[in-house]
Design a binder for this molecule. Sequence first.
Ligand code: 3HC
Ligand code: NAI
Length: 706
Amino acid sequence: MSSAAEAPVVQTRRDGDVLVVSINNPPVNALGQAVRAGLLAAIEQADTDAGARAVLIVGEGKAFIAGADIREFGKTPQPPSLPEVCNRIEASNKLVVASIHGAALGGGLEVALSAHYRVALPAAKLGLPEVSLGLLPGAGGTQRAPRLMGVKAAADLMLSGKHLSAKAAQAAGLVDKLAEGEDPVATGLAYVQELLAQGAKPRRTRDIEIADKPAALAELDALAAETAKKSRGLFSPLKIVECVRAAVELPFDQGLAQERASFMECLASPQRAGLIHAFFAERETAKIPEAKAAQPRHFSRIAVIGGGTMGAGITVSALDAGLTVTMIERDAESIARGQANVEKVYNGLIAKGRMTEEAKAAIMARYTPSTSYDDIRDVDLVIEAVFEDIEVKKAVFKELDRVCKRGAVLATNTSYLDIDAIAAATSRPQDVIGLHFFSPANIMKLLEIVVPAKVAPDVVTTAFELAKKMKKVPVRAGVCDGFIGNRILAVYKQAADYIMEDGASPYEIDEAVRGFGYPMGPFQVTDLAGGDIGWATRKRRAATRDPKARYVEIADRICERGWFGQKTGRGFYLYPQGARVGQPDPEVLAIVDAERAKKGITPRKFTADEIMRRYMAAMVNEGAKVLEEGIALRPLDIDVTFLSGYGFPRFRGGPMKWADMTGLPKVLADIREFAKEDALFWKPAPLLEKLVAEGRDFDSLNKSAA
Ligand code: 3HC
Ligand code: NAI
């Protein structure tokens, strides 16, 4: 941002008869108030400068302009508005050219579309990704893009939020010329001179007539129906379609007015607040205490121990990140299966036409299968993914301690086990860390980086570097049973079990959870993951369970019948003939009834709202405890965990953001009300009580930790 002492964020200089307007607002040239004002002033200067025949707009640094300054949303808007700036650029009586060498996104692309001509360099990426922030293009994008690239293609660009390469943007009609090189100024100046030599005049996108309007409207009808189905409660996608319709049906200025009104509606929506929270939170999680002091260790060759579900997925992730991987398994048969698990992923891509045999061969050349630990003496980093059994893991780590070179990072993918104890099995606990991937590990974005007591800071930063290479979303977590995600999951899953035993069917609970925005409910997830996994954990914990705590046995009754979910054809649901979508099972309802009767529970009705109040209160209360114990650094780390690893609806920003938006006093009041039934389970987290007493929210902790 500019201050009196700093250079202005928009600078102008004459290069012959061209006024070069360059934007310099690091890191991404976002269109904050100072940039908007600077751009407006620059165009006014150009229009009154008799010696200037043309204007060239460029961005300094990596980006052209990455869009509106998202940090300004939610605050009182400061003039000039971006639509005003864009209209003024388009109205200029000088030839205006945008030279795009990096991100031209959202408002950044809208600035470019207001220019009269556009040239793009190879690293340019163009898009209107506002939808992923709960918004729509609000500075003429919904009106200008359809005029330049056609109605359907423009709507698709806005609804998908995808970025186009320079080449694709030119093919789509958004860009007039492609150029080689990296320097937007030299390229832009050359293009301006070329245009001037041709006698080019200002050419305004607003004046383009949309061709074949009836066909365009028919396409939009189909798109509206499809969007209503696909957007699952999201507000802005349908508004985008309506605005594009306005581009077809209304004169340009009326279309702009409709776009503005819709943009302001989106801006005011809680979905916008949730999605923008998610955007920043995902960028904050990599900011950890260790980052300043400790440089990551070098790594290029890694080992993965275990080639089962997780080991294979982790191997694919590592290979895709350009690393060299040796996979270790117990015996010849297991390693053959491990390799087959890895190849299956690439064969799937080949079958879909998304990978060639040659590309697969090039990747697999970096993969070595082995049954001998001696083959991993030289690796820089090891990720263990063997059975979830502390004794097996300790034995593996003893072996790693014996063979691995000094300074190698030794990581475990355990879901629940005590990593301090695993580290203690080695003579080098400073090198041992948790890397908790999620299944399928080559697809899921979340990586919990679990930090045991004795680990060295540079091992932590190495883990974050690995996450970056693998394009994962890393979250720093402390050691406890289940870390951040699975620990909180266990508690709200328990709340769901109580609701079920007290009267709601698993199907009603799943429906309420889907209605909140999750893709699946908790019982569907159990069936997908396999009921036996949770059953094994419950058995493991049985000895340490508080005998006073309420325990629901319904899932155990189901597992005792061998009903482990999709893989066995039935679980909480029935999956006839390998169906992937389950059907309610009357026999499961009978089991539920029998369990209620056994405990003398008279079932009562639950509305979807009450189900969600309990489900969310349990999640938030445990989240507060996780924070208090320092297992999560900040509330936003919990939010990101649930957004990236547990299907939490992104438009709600995560559980802690949801709590803030709902109001902490209301959440606490719910917990206190539920505590009248079960004071042990619903014990309010002291941190939640403290925040309510002080009139603060979770977000205040995000800020103070930053
Ligand atoms: N406003 C404010 N800050 C932004 C920003 C924006 N539009 N875009 C990125 N930043 C910040 C990030 O928060 C980050 O800050 P930090 O260093 O303090 O954490 C920094 O810029 C760098 O961002 P990334 O870490 O994401 O850098 P990358 O190089 O990985 O990615 C990018 C760059 C592709 C531009 C990516 O940041 C991005 O996708 N940004 C958002 C683009 C976007 O959604 N634009 C539309 C905005 S809405 C709009 O324009 C409305 C209009 O229609 C009226
Ligand atoms: P899995 O049973 O599919 O695979 C385990 C593999 O380890 C098997 O192939 C087995 O042959 C191999 N193995 C066992 N002992 C070994 C040894 N001493 N040396 C070499 N290989 C050995 O199990 P899965 O699901 O892949 O889980 C592995 C780990 O990942 C566990 O700790 C689990 O808790 C964790 N995890 C699992 C998730 C899941 O959704 N499946 C998610 C996140 C973590």
